[in-house]
Ligand binder design. Structure first.
Ligand code: MSP
Length: 638
């Protein structure tokens, strides 16, 4: 049996699963189910990334040990995937001993080979994305990926000789244009390789949570190196050589486009350094957005897949079918690789048109005819060669699409076959045959129709597992449709006669016109604050006593401000391009007084001056907020 090894990213454990994560995982699950039905020996893995710095800090904030904290969280991910019918074969947690051993062993080997060396690292680090950036890539100290403020990191680190593998990778890319997909992502990576790779830091000395370097345990392995290695841990490296030789290299890593560089360049280089084969393919898909913004925890526009399924169950009356609705929508709506905006109206439209009308009605129209004319028993009928040819062609197209990970195309092909079956009913008009008393012709028509339903069950099984099983059982077919191998089953005319059909409860009933919205509007989730949150801000009237420039910072001024406290505050403000020190001294301003202090260009800034601004850079206009009349410093602003 040929093997097929596919993976999802391992998700940061302290994130909350949202539909973005579900997207990759559902796509992987469909692929895994499809490959199993094509007779492959599938290894499908997902898991959690637990050694990020933010995990350590979140645990500390809750007064928990990091270990207790991650153990509490791991279940949430598994629960979500179980609900969504994800059939993973292994769920890896990077804090498991089996993985930590692999990480230590791997870096030790690279060190012994001379591909890891000690050096001094300085550069920008995004705490949130766990990513490092070189000076040239950074503007305004903000993370190029997520826009958050970056930290300047300067420490003794170990480096990986990434640059050494630049040429080999470039050659590999040129020889294998299918290595990274879709093309746009391939081209981005090719450009990165052409512009030259620099060695990367692969350890941190300021952390304790993670895998210590065996040759210098004061250092912890950089979380991304640690995380990428999960893909060989689950494949058995290095202990289980037999398993490793069977499953490695991975056939495809499914990832979001923001982590493509880690998977398409750094990961293959690490493998090359260890003398291990590179993965066969990386597919970097697009983002789900809401009103154009990426769905993410930080933007507060997340949709919890469990909550969404709960709501959809109100429509379907069956939770497993509700899961199918979500799985269908998320893969049908947007071509895999492109970005897509999640709207309730498109979900509803797909539900009504594709699922209720095309799919659900097909079953609703067919089964009563068998019940009425043949006592619910599948009659003997002769295969219709035209329909058989349509089915065969659909199967070929669906397979081609799925082999290319074109999930939406595959569904379009299945739906076009459903269209043919619906048309077949309209044209053959079996109800007329009943009236005309032509039982033999009627038997032929119904047999072919039911055979079409059997094919439908098989074709939709990877995408809509519960619905497929309901179709299967309603035809009286035994066992699990997901276990049936396409090459053996998808032959026109294999439906046995004599089975008893049974009508299931309606699968996709029309939602009540008055049914409540499925998901809260994007801007009503976290963008609007409850009044208690506003009350957390301590805004006070202040009087600027002194203003002075800061050497080397042309935008900043250091202000000494009286806010009615015994001691005046030092506040650094980015207003030097708009106000001279003389214009500020003696002025009344509004101060955010309970902001955490921050070091800005060597000055400890304790508060923030409020200003209104519009435009960017050269065109920026800025005006300080002030208060009318005579109000003493320290007065509360609310
Ligand atoms: N822990 C790293 C991955 C390490 S893999 C060796 C990480 N984790 S994450 O929790 O941030 O998950 C990122 C992945 O979640 C994306 O690459 C993508 O697969 C999925 N998505 C997260 N948000 C998404 C959208 N808004 N849209 C589509 N997919 C999204 O990065």
């Amino acid at each position: 049996m040929t093997k097929y090894y596919l993976t999802t990213p391992i998700y940061y454990i302290n994130d909350q699963p949202h539909i973005g994560h579900a997207y990759t995982t559902i796509a992987a699950d469909v692929l895994a189910r499809y490959k199993r039905q094509r007779g492959f020996d599938v290894l499908f893995c997902t898991g959690t990334d637990e050694h990020a710095q933010k995990v350590e800090q979140s645990a500390a904030k809750r007064n928990l040990s990091t270990r207790d904290f991650v153990d509490q969280l791991a279940g949430t991910w598994q629960k979500t995937w179980d609900l969504l019918e994800i059939t993973y074969d292994d769920f890896i947690r990077t804090s498991e001993p089996r993985h930590m051993r692999v990480v230590a062993r791997f870096v030790e080997e690279l060190y012994a080979k001379g591909d890891i060396y000690k050096g001094n690292y300085q550069g920008w680090h995004c705490f949130w994305d766990e990513a490092f950036f070189v000076e040239g890539d950074v503007r305004d100290r903000l993370c190029p990926d997520c826009g958050r403020e970056l930290q300047w990191v300067q420490e003794e680190n170990y480096f990986f000789r990434l640059s050494k593998y630049n040429q080999v990778l470039l050659d590999h890319f040129l020889a294998h244009p299918e290595f990274v997909q879709p093309d746009i992502r391939y081209n981005e990576m090719l450009n990165v390789l052409k512009s030259g790779l620099r060695d990367i830091s692969i350890s941190r000395s300021s952390l304790t949570w993670g895998v210590p370097l065996p040759f210098d345990p004061k250092h912890i392995v950089y979380v991304w190196v640690d995380a990428l290695l999960n893909y060989i841990t689950v494949a058995g490296w290095p202990q289980d050589q037999e398993k490793f030789e069977r499953y490695w290299p991975a056939d495809v890593h499914l990832v979001g486009k923001e982590i493509n560089r880690f998977h398409s360049i750094i990961w293959p280089a690490l493998l090359l350094a260890a003398g291990l084969p590179m993965p066969r393919k990386v597919f970097a898909h697009g983002f789900w957005t809401r009103e154009g913004q990426k769905i993410s925890k930080s933007l507060g526009n997340m949709i919890d897949p469990i909550a969404l399924v709960e709501e959809l169950s109100q429509w379907t009356g069956n939770r497993k079918v509700a899961v199918d609705v979500f799985r269908y929508f998320i893969l049908r709506e947007v071509p895999f690789g492109a970005d897509g905006d999640f709207t309730e109206s498109s979900l509803k439209m797909r539900f009504l048109a594709d699922l209720a009308n095309d799919l659900g009605n097909l079953l609703n129209r067919s089964l009563p005819l068998v019940e009425n004319a043949f006592d619910g028993t599948i009659p003997f009928g002769r295969p219709d060669p035209k329909l058989a040819a349509e089915a065969e062609a659909a199967k070929e197209r669906v397979q081609t699409a799925l082999d290319e990970l074109a999930f939406s195309d595959a569904l379009t092909q299945i739906w076009s076959f459903l269209g043919k079956l619906n048309k077949y009913i309209d044209e053959k008009a079996p109800w007329r045959l009943v009236k005309e008393g032509r039982p033999e012709v009627l038997a032929d028509v119904l047999y072919n129709l039911l055979e079409g339903l059997r094919w439908t069950a098989l074709l939709i099984a990877p995408f809509l597992p519960a619905t497929a099983q309901i179709f299967w059982q309603s035809l009286g077919l035994p066992g699990q449709v997901k276990e049936r191998i396409w090459d053996q089953e998808l032959k026109w005319g294999l439906l046995p006669t004599g089975l008893s059909v049974s009508r299931p409860a309606p699968l996709f009933p029309r939602p009540e016109p008055s049914s409540p919205p499925l998901v809260p509007a994007a801007n009503s989730i976290q963008k609007r604050l409850p009044i208690e949150d506003f009350a957390k801000l301590e805004l006070r009237v202040g009087k600027v006593l002194r203003a002075e420039p800061i050497a080397g910072a042309k935008k900043l001024l250091q202000l000494t401000v009286d806010i009615g406290e015994p001691e005046s505050r030092t506040i650094v403000a980015g207003i030097a391009l708009h106000y001279t020190p003389a214009q500020l001294e003696g002025r009344t301003v509004v101060v955010l007084a309970n902001l955490q202090p921050a070091m800005l260009r060597g000055v400890a800034s304790d508060g923030m001056i409020l200003a209104a601004a519009t435009g960017e850079k050269e065109t920026e206009q800025l005006a300080l907020l002030t208060v009318e009349g005579e109000i003493p410093p320290g007065a509360k602003v609310s």
